[in-house]
Design a protein around this ligand. Structure first.
Ligand SMILES: [Zn+2]
Length: 248
């Protein structure tokens, strides 16, 4: 492959050997990939300052034809979303959003729509006056819709009745009173309307609706359990985000 360029955002970083860093980068052309940034702890390293979680930019990567591992040769930063890294609650939410994205997409699976949803959410966390809970919930719903888990919202998933009583996390859609299974969350009109809006709206307008704390609480519970159940995975980063939320 040799040297090549791609635009993307770092969604995870971890130490690699002595003084190096393994970066997980969500790129436009190649999906989620891993690359090593060498010598990030050296003062003169060209890529040290940019080899950080949530750095968005143009990456110059290198892959030797006989090696599995990719290396980072350069990063031209477009945005570092610094207001996020200065706020532990927002930062812990971004770790969780990265985790569910990785869990759903896996490696080397490009998806420009999901990348833009992710970037829009990080942008909103950094620069817009929206609650973290709203951004979390909206991204969870949009991610599931874009990733092939769009919920059935028009009629009961089981019998087709138009009575809407609850959301069935396992069946992946609304159910009537007589069809609800073991994993249901009762929803009122407000929650249903907000859920329908987010699932069907233009991605760029995904945060353009009003919701009070009570509604977001139910919707957020629904979306996080829906993801966890459908992907069959628990996310410790979600628990960590919640402990941050308790302190403000
Ligand atoms: Zn039914």
């Amino acid at each position: 492959m040799g040297e090549f360029k791609t635009r993307g955002i770092i969604i995870k970083q971890s130490d690699y050997g002595e003084g190096h860093r393994m970066l997980t980068i969500f790129t436009e052309e190649y999906g989620i990939i891993k690359a090593v940034s060498y010598g990030v702890k050296r003062a003169k390293s060209r890529v040290a300052a940019s080899s950080q979680f949530l750095c968005y930019g143009d990456f110059t990567l290198y892959k030797a034809h006989n090696k599995d591992i990719m290396t980072v040769d350069g990063i031209d930063t477009i945005d570092g979303f610094y207001p996020v890294s200065e706020n532990i609650k927002k930062l812990s939410l971004c770790v969780y959003l990265s985790d569910i994205t990785y869990s759903l997409l896996g490696m080397n699976n490009p998806d420009i729509r999901i990348l833009h949803l992710f970037l829009n959410s990080i942008y909103a966390l950094a620069y817009r006056n929206e609650s973290t809970e709203k951004i979390k919930t909206v991204y969870e719903i949009k991610l599931m819709c874009a990733g092939g888990y769009a919920p059935e919202l028009n009629q009961c998933t089981s019998c087709g009745s138009f009575e809407i009583y609850a959301f069935d996390l396992l069946k992946g859609g609304v159910v009537c009173r007589s069809c609800g299974g073991k994993y249901i969350i009762k929803i009122n009109k407000g929650v249903y309307k907000a859920l329908s809006y987010v699932a069907s709206c233009d991605d760029r307008k995904m945060l353009s609706f009003n919701a009070d704390d009570e509604l977001l609480k139910t919707l957020g519970k629904l979306s996080e359990q829906f993801i966890s159940l459908q992907l069959d995975q628990n996310f410790p980063s979600l628990d960590y985000y919640k402990t941050m939320t308790e302190f403000g």
